[in-house]
Design a protein around this ligand. Structure first.
Ligand code: GDP
Length: 434
């Protein structure tokens, strides 16, 4: 039963459960970290459910500016339990560095846990990713994510829990390593020695052992107590392994379905699915991007929006907002609301365009085309007058310039999902909650 006043689902027995999924509605980098940081103030738990350190969530708050790669964006609230979920792949070296830099900045990480089922990114995964990227140019981040998920699916993966069982770990590595070294040789890379990897694993164990847990009972306990759980995705719908622009996709599912799977939450427990939508579109790496702008408007979006990757520093490709992609993402995820981010980046534009559909060879395209065909569509645009005044100070809908309101209302009607949040700057307070 829905309690409309509070937007909460009231379960039989009276418990209020809100389990909110936050996912990217485009190609990633929409500003999920910023929205999770805002929503986490009211949460009891934040679980990252997929991916690894191949994307970065930037969070700005009173403690500073942080680029999180693995740690959930709820970490800035000491009472919020933060979990690296079972669906994640964890590079322990990168995680240890991230924990150290957070602690150096005065952020406690005592509330950080890693599900024992998460898979380990080994140094050979990173090297193999880099070597295959050099040949294939799919635009991966070379963090080993594709190779580690590949090993997971072919039963050659090694999990965080294996760090706690040295005999088993040695056996597993001894079995897997000859195959990995064979692949390394294919790319002309030096083989790894078993003893070196075991020494490395020992160092990881020492630093991370106390954080490796079974997260399921904790999540179930939170559900039973009616606590608020946030499920934080990485990347966006267009990079989903099944539904994205394969092979320019990631190796996991950054969708609401993936959230249930990766965090261990049954689908019927999900009460809200918030799609994060940048007010324009950006993409890093290869693949089709129908509204990409290679002109001065594209360069301006890049400069004003500071569109450089948080993990790789790669310049992001920029273009106008594409509502075909947003409708597709809404259908896939079942968005109950959307958050529009970086509206302020459009403040100085004389006009802004919205892509409402595509044509291919002069014929209207109604469904999301396959990867190759998506590269051949032409966007159909509507042009909207800019507002030419700052939106950054707006804290309520009524504070927004009328042309910005008109732009947002049009987006809302094209996507057919209510706007729940509007972000008008990177700081915590630059936000309008509807
Ligand atoms: P994520 O991976 O989806 O969390 O996104 P990123 O962190 O890669 O990219 C979002 C970037 O935009 C970060 O640098 C944020 O600080 C910044 N950002 C988020 N929301 C806003 C906003 O409303 N306005 C501006 N100007 N910057 C924002």
């Amino acid at each position: 039963m829905l309690n409309l006043k509070f937007g909460l689902r009231v379960e039989r027995g009276g418990n209020c459960v809100t389990c909110t999924v936050v996912v990217g509605a485009q190609f990633g980098d929409e500003g999920k970290g910023r929205i999770v940081d805002y929503l986490a103030a009211q949460a009891n738990m934040v679980v990252r459910f997929q991916g690894g350190n191949n994307a970065g969530h930037t969070v700005m708050n009173q403690l500073g500016t942080f680029r999180l790669h693995l740690v959930p964006s709820g970490i800035f609230y000491p009472k919020v339990k933060c979990v690296l979920g079972a669906g994640m792949v964890v590079d322990p070296t990168s995680l240890i560095e991230e924990i150290s830099s957070l602690e150096t900045a005065g952020v406690s990480t005592n509330n950080l846990w890693i599900d024992r089922r998460a898979h380990i990114v080994w140094p050979y995964h990173r090297l193999l990713d880099g070597a295959s990227e050099a040949k294939g140019e799919l635009g991966t981040t070379k963090r080993g994510i594709g190779p580690v998920y590949g090993d997971k699916a072919s039963y050659r993966g090694i999990r965080m829990s294996d760090l706690l069982h040295s005999g088993f770990l040695k056996e597993r590595l001894a079995r897997v390593l000859p195959i990995k070294n064979h692949e390394m040789a294919y790319y002309g890379l030096q083989p790894f020695k078993l003893e070196d990897l075991l020494t490395q694993a020992g160092e990881w164990r020492e630093r991370l052992e106390r954080r490796i847990i079974d997260s399921l009972p904790i999540i179930q306990q939170a559900e039973a107590r009616g606590q608020r759980i946030l499920l934080e995705g990485q990347l966006g719908a267009m990079r989903d392994l099944n539904w994205g622009i394969y092979p320019f996709s990631t190796a996991s599912s950054p969708t609401a379905g993936g959230a249930c799977e990766g965090a261990g939450i049954p689908p019927q427990k999900i009460t809200n699915v918030i799609g994060i939508v940048k007010a324009y579109t950006t993409a890093v790496g290869g693949g089709p991007f129908p509204t990409e702008l290679l002109d001065k408007d594209g360069r301006r979006l890049q400069q004003v929006g500071d569109e450089y990757g948080a993990t790789t520093k790669r310049p992001r490709r920029c273009g106008w907002l594409d509502t075909v992609i947003l409708r597709y993402a809404a259908a896939l995820n079942g968005f109950t609301g959307i958050a529009i981010t970086k509206l302020d980046v459009l403040d100085s534009f004389e006009r802004a365009k919205i892509c409402t559909g595509y044509t291919r060879n002069g014929i209207t395209v109604n469904e999301m085309p396959d990867t190759v065909d998506l590269g051949e569509v032409k966007p159909v645009y509507e042009q909207w007058d800019g507002w030419k005044e700052p939106s950054t100070t707006a804290r309520r809908w009524d504070d927004l310039p009328p042309n910005a309101q008109a732009y947002l209302r049009r987006v809302e009607s094209l996507v057919n999902v209510p706007i729940r949040y509007i972000s008008v700057g990177p700081q915590r307070e630059n936000l309008i909650a509807m």
